[in-house]
Design a protein around this ligand. Structure first.
Ligand SMILES: [Zn+2]
Ligand SMILES: [Zn+2]
Length: 96
């Protein structure tokens, strides 16, 4: 019998070819290689999925109606840069 030596595609160990052209030295290496391949695929798939998702539109920066500073509103209807400005505007509106 002349066993051909093969090299495990996963761990790199040499092992005797038993005739079924195995790529891996053991079932363990085989399943690990399988797992890794699938993890890669899942990751690639997740990345693709993520890239396909529409980005929520960023509200354009607005100018605070109270202090005139530019700010990016957390909500598209935000009129003031901060709670302080909102409060000040409120006070001014309701001042006598
Ligand atoms: Zn191996
Ligand atoms: Zn402001």
């Amino acid at each position: 019998m002349n066993h051909t030596l093969r090299v495990c595609a996963y761990c790199g160990v040499s092992f005797a070819d038993t005739g079924r052209t195995p790529l891996y030295c053991s079932a363990r290496c085989k399943s690990r290689a399988y797992d890794e391949r699938h993890r890669e695929q899942r990751r690639a798939y997740a990345r693709q999925w993520y890239l396909r998702q529409p980005r929520p539109p960023q509200p354009p920066p607005r100018t605070c109606e109270q202090c005139g500073q530019e700010f990016s509103p957390g909500k598209p209807w935000g009129r003031y840069c901060s709670a302080t400005c909102r409060y000040r505007a409120y006070r001014q509106r309701h001042r006598a």
